[in-house]
Write a protein that binds this ligand. Structure first.
Ligand code: PGA
Length: 249
C-alpha cells in the first residue's frame, strides 16, 4: 500500500518572512498523519525552515553530484544534510531546461543524494513539442531508463511525472492521459527493478491546485503530487494535503 505524498516545490521563492507559511503547512501536515507531506525550499531557507517544520520534512530542489570540490555556486548532499534537509528534488524540468541537465546528471545526483541518506524525488516529463509529435511515452521511458539510480527502492526514491507544458501554465493533461503515462512509468520501473517497482510512489506534477487535486490523486498509479505555485501559501497547499487525506485510509 503506497501512502500518498504531497510535496511542495517553492522554486526561487521565499524569504524568512515566509516562515510562518511553513509553520502553518507543518501544522497541517501534523494534523493529517495519514498523508506524507514535504516541502522543498531554496537553499537559504532549509535551515530556518527545518527549525520550525516539526514533522514536515524539508528538502532541497537540486544538488551537485560531488561531495565537495571546485564547483563555484554549487551545493553538495553533505551540505544539505548538515542544514537539515532530508530529501531533494532531482532532474526537475526547469533544471533540465534552464541548466541543460541531462538524465545522466539526474542519475549521478540521485545517487549522490542517496549515498548521504537523502530521499529523492526524481522528475521526468515531456515537452509540448514531444507530446504533439507522439513521442511523450518514449521520452518519459528514456528519461526513466537513463536517470533511475542503481538499487532504486521505494523506501528512498519517488518518481514524479511532470509534463513540462503543464508546469506553471494552469493546463493539465486529461485524467486518461495521466493514467496512461503513470501506467507506462510503472511498467518501465517494473521492467528495470522488478516487483520493488510496486513500492515506488509516482507523483503527478503540473498545475495541481486544491480544485483539481481530488480528481488527479484518485487516478490509478497516482501516489501523490508535486506542487509548485500552489505550495507557496498554506491556504493553497493545505487543501491539497486534505484532498490526499480524503483518499487515504
Ligand atoms: P506548478 O509546478 O505546480 O506551479 O505547475 C509544479 C512543479 O514544477 O513541480
Amino acid at each position: 500500500m503506497r501512502r500518498k505524498l504531497v510535496a511542495g516545490n517553492w522554486k526561487m521563492h521565499g524569504l524568512r518572512a515566509q516562515l510562518p507559511e511553513i509553520e502553518a503547512i507543518a501544522a497541517a501536515a501534523a494534523a493529517n498523519p495519514s498523508v506524507d507531506a514535504a516541502l522543498c525550499v531554496p537553499y537559504t531557507l532549509i535551515h530556518p525552515a527545518a527549525q520550525v517544520a516539526g514533522v514536515l520534512p524539508i528538502g532541497a530542489q537540486d544538488l551537485h553530484e560531488a561531495d565537495k570540490g571546485a564547483h563555484t555556486g554549487c551545493i553538495s548532499a553533505p551540505m544539505l544534510v548538515e542544514e537539515g534537509a532530508t530529501l531533494t528534488i532531482v532532474g526537475h524540468s526547469e533544471r533540465r531546461g534552464d541548466q541543460h541537465e541531462t538524465s545522466h546528471d539526474a542519475y549521478m545526483k540521485s545517487s549522490a543524494a542517496h549515498r548521504h541518506g537523502l530521499t529523492v524525488i526524481l522528475c521526468v516529463g515531456e515537452t509540448q513539442v514531444e507530446r504533439d509529435a507522439g513521442r511523450a511515452e518514449r521520452v518519459v521511458q528514456a528519461q526513466i531508463e537513463k536517470s533511475l539510480p542503481d538499487d532504486a527502492h521505494g523506501d528512498w526514491l519517488t518518481l514524479a511525472y511532470e509534463p513540462r507544458w503543464a508546469i506553471g501554465t494552469g493546463r493539465t493533461p486529461t485524467m486518461e492521459e495521466i493514467a496512461a503515462m503513470h501506467a507506462i512509468a510503472r511498467a518501465k520501473l517494473h521492467q528495470m527493478i522488478g516487483d520493488p517497482a510496486l513500492d515506488v510512489r509516482i507523483l503527478y506534477g503540473g498545475s495541481v491546485t486544491g480544485a483539481n487535486a481530488g480528481e488527479i490523486l484518485a487516478v490509478e498509479n497516482v501516489d501523490g503530487a508535486l506542487v509548485g505555485g500552489a505550495s507557496l501559501t498554506a491556504d493553497k497547499f493545505v487543501p491539497i494535503i486534505q484532498a490526499a487525506k480524503a483518499l487515504s485510509a
